[in-house]
Design a protein around this ligand. Structure first.
Ligand SMILES: Nc1ncnc2c1ncn2[C@@H]1O[C@H](COP(=O)(O)OP(=O)(O)OP(=O)(O)O)[C@@H](O)[C@H]1O
Length: 374
């Protein structure tokens, strides 16, 4: 995503926030750090008007998105192409205006000077002129923030250390790997010591070593109390980095929360059973038939016929027959009910495994809902 891209006319109904709100925001006036709301987005809508040979076409990029990010979080915004992520980030950074709804940073309207001063942004493809060294690039960017020379030197030292470029700071960036380049980008975004960092695909295109290095920097930033809002397509990466995520689709936030909450215990879908029945008990109706009759949704795994248990020192077990199967159960009460029924029918339970939804499955489920129901 390139947030500098301005493809067509925005259908703006609200004035750019910084034109009307210039009040400063007291950094200490919003409650305790961990509960302070840093990003507050409520019912945000954005329509673009695109012209084609068929006439004017209105695109609803945001259809009432709401989310909150708290101080100290590493928050991941996820969604398929066209979900509205870039549009949301552009509004947060004050690059474009919303059509309706509200977006604020640290209690100040998104786009206001008070909000902008507290945000650092790392674009997906940071462009640094090749003649720069890491140090001269930082000086160049810092001058735009009107920092003094002494302050620039002090901050550059700190940040080059933080991102692990201290010994390489006078080399030309031409010699930098993509990972080093990205870490320089992080330092650039941090020059004016913002409280919130917005990172666009921070590990995209990096090899595992580069990703690991960027992750370490993000971890250090989190430890130092920064709030990080990132956008990524790499689910595994988001799982490793983020304390909370939001999944976005068709211009709305479908779900938001900790990954373990989104793929939580009561969301399991399938339970795998391994049961055994003493050979003597299975003389009448075949155990698999009984199971099929009582649990029509059963799926046997591998051999549907009972097979001898592996060698065991337990004499009863040596004469038992085992069966492996799965059932589509999604609550603990359902599992308990099945276990009780199995026991009543003289099955003994050898193994039970809840198949929880993976994060990828959660993501796919959320983003594949039709637009009308999302
Ligand atoms: N300037 C524009 N003019 C017209 N339509 C636009 C404009 N910018 C975005 N859109 C449309 O708005 C919708 C949301 O786009 P957006 O770029 O916000 O999605 P995204 O989630 O960031 O996608 P990606 O992951 O591909 O970057 C898309 O249908 C897109 O085509």
């Amino acid at each position: 995503m390139d947030i500098t891209d301005r493809r067509s006319g925005d259908l703006d109904e609200t004035p750019l926030a910084n034109e009307v709100h210039r009040e400063s925001v007291d950094r200490s006036s919003h409650g305790s750090a961990s509960h302070r709301v840093v990003i507050d987005v409520n019912d945000l809508k954005k329509k673009y008007s695109a012209w084609s040979i068929r006439g004017r076409n209105v695109v609803e990029a945001l259809r009432g998105a709401s989310l909150q990010v708290h101080a100290g979080e590493v928050f991941g915004l996820l969604g398929p192409n066209g979900a509205g992520k870039t549009t949301l980030i552009k509004i947060l950074l004050g690059v474009i205006r919303s059509s309706s709804g509200s977006a604020s940073l640290f209690g100040a309207p998104a786009g206001s000077i008070a909000a902008r001063m507290r945000v650092g942004y790392l674009p997906e493809s940071l462009r640094v002129d090749r003649h720069h060294s890491a140090r001269s690039a930082l000086r160049y960017y810092a001058r735009m923030s009107q920092m003094s020379g002494a302050e620039i030197n002090r901050r550059s030292d700190e940040l080059l250390e933080l991102v692990g470029l201290r010994g390489r700071d006078r080399e030309s960036v031409r010699q930098f790997s993509k990972g080093m380049y990205q870490r320089l980008g992080l330092a650039q975004a941090l020059m004016h010591d913002p409280d919130l960092l917005v990172l666009d695909e921070p590990t995209d295109g990096l090899d595992p070593v580069g990703r690991n290095e960027v992750r370490k920097v993000i971890d250090r930033l989190r430890e130092s109390g920064k709030t990080i809002f990132l956008n990524s397509h790499i689910l595994q990466e988001v799982e490793l980095i983020c304390s909370r995520v939001a999944i976005m689709s068709h211009g709305k936030i479908c779900v938001a929360g900790r990954i373990d909450e989104l793929t939580q215990f009561d969301r399991f879908e399938e339970v795998a059973f391994e049961v055994a029945m003493p050979a003597a008990e299975s003389a009448g109706q075949a155990p698999s038939e009984w199971l099929r009759e009582n649990f029509p949704a059963i799926q046997f795994v591998g051999n549907t016929l009972p097979h001898p248990t592996p060698p065991s020192t337990d004499r009863d077990a040596q004469h038992a027959l085992t069966l492996d199967f799965t059932l589509p159960l999604s609550t603990q009460a359902e599992v308990d009910e099945v276990v009780d029924a199995l026991r009543r029918h003289h099955f003994s339970l050898r193994g039970l495994k809840l198949k929880r939804e993976s994060f990828e499955e959660t993501f796919m489920r959320e983003v594949s809902r039709p637009k009308e129901t999302s």
